[in-house]
Design a protein around this ligand. Structure first.
Ligand code: G
Ligand code: G
Ligand code: NA
Ligand code: MN
Length: 255
């Protein structure tokens, strides 16, 4: 309960901020999109990662408010970059399964934030885990179609670590599969991981989806993915998640 109360206080003092990590186009090496990752900027303890506070916030029913703060701040920042003449880039935001399970609230939140910030819906992409979507796939398809009507896209995060029904995967209105970094770690040394990554890329291609490889830390990993035809890559090899002002320095003006 103590932690829960501190979370409430932090929500009131707007201590949740997005960090940004670039996604690189494997063919051109250029930044092609960004992912917003929540951080709690604690006045005394410094930066706290989502691995610590997201599970507590979900349990306490506070994840919606934190998400609102992150989404609002992310969209306001991205809109500022657009207004300053930076190239429009898609922006991915993580959505917890708890929020995805309340589609009316999620749609309302999206429309409010888009109204408040003026951010074009077409540049927003929600990242969902396999379990968020596969728990109640028919309902997920409806929600994703509603979001799409709005202009908002979706992708499946950490693909390969949950369970996906292929018969539903082929029906999901999504645009990307993000290959979990667990398969990328040893991709140059473990033939099974290499085979899995290659198979995911081919599956995605057959379904008309783009692939993102997460957790790229070395040039060898990047080269493997380029050779196999992965579309986008993300990881410390390019950049760790950074505050907005550092992300802005990486963007190309007028590009
Ligand atoms: O940034 P980091 O590697 O610490 O993120 C850890 C986890 O927290 C990731 O799985 C990511 O999906 C999740 N996460 C990051 N930001 C958010 C957010 O704004 N909302 C939700 N629900 N999860 C997030
Ligand atoms: O679950 P999700 O994919 O949203 O998690 C993203 C998390 O992965 C972020 O918290 C980010 O800090 C972390 N991350 C991003 N790139 C790398 C990387 O190259 N290596 C490792 N170990 N973690 C990464
Ligand atoms: Na993510
Ligand atoms: Mn992921």
């Amino acid at each position: 309960l103590a932690y829960e109360n501190r979370l409430r206080k932090a929500i009131n003092s707007e201590e949740f901020v997005p960090f940004f990590q670039p996604l690189v186009d494997v063919k051109t090496g250029q930044i092609a999109s960004m992912e917003a990752l929540a951080r709690w900027k604690h006045p005394r303890l410094g930066l706290i990662g989502p691995g610590e506070f997201v599970p507590v916030a979900e349990e306490a029913g506070l994840i919606g408010e934190i998400c609102h703060q992150i989404l609002h701040s992310t969209c306001a920042t991205a809109k500022k970059w657009l207004d300053e003449g930076h190239k429009p880039l898609p922006l991915a935001v993580n959505i917890s399964w708890r929020q995805f399970a309340q589609p009316e609230r999620l749609l309302l939140l999206m429309s409010r934030v888009l109204d408040e910030t003026g951010m074009p819906a077409e540049l927003i992409e929600l990242e969902l885990t396999e379990s968020s979507v596969m728990e109640e796939p028919d309902s997920a398809i409806r929600t994703l179609n509603d979001l799409r009507e709005f202009g908002v896209q979706a992708s499946i995060d950490d693909f390969g670590t949950g369970y996906s029904s292929l018969s539903y995967l082929k029906r999901l209105p999504i645009s990307k599969l993000k290959i979990d970094r667990a398969f990328i770690n040893e991709v140059n040394h473990n033939e099974r991981d290499a085979a899995i990554v290659e198979a995911i890329i081919q599956l995605a291609r057959a379904l008309g989806l783009k692939t993102v490889a997460e957790g790229i830390e070395t040039q060898e990993q990047f080269e493997f993915l380029r050779e196999k035809g992965c579309d986008l890559a993300q990881g410390f090899y390019f950049s760790k998640p950074v505050p907005a002002h550092e992300m802005e320095k990486m963007l190309i003006k007028g590009g």
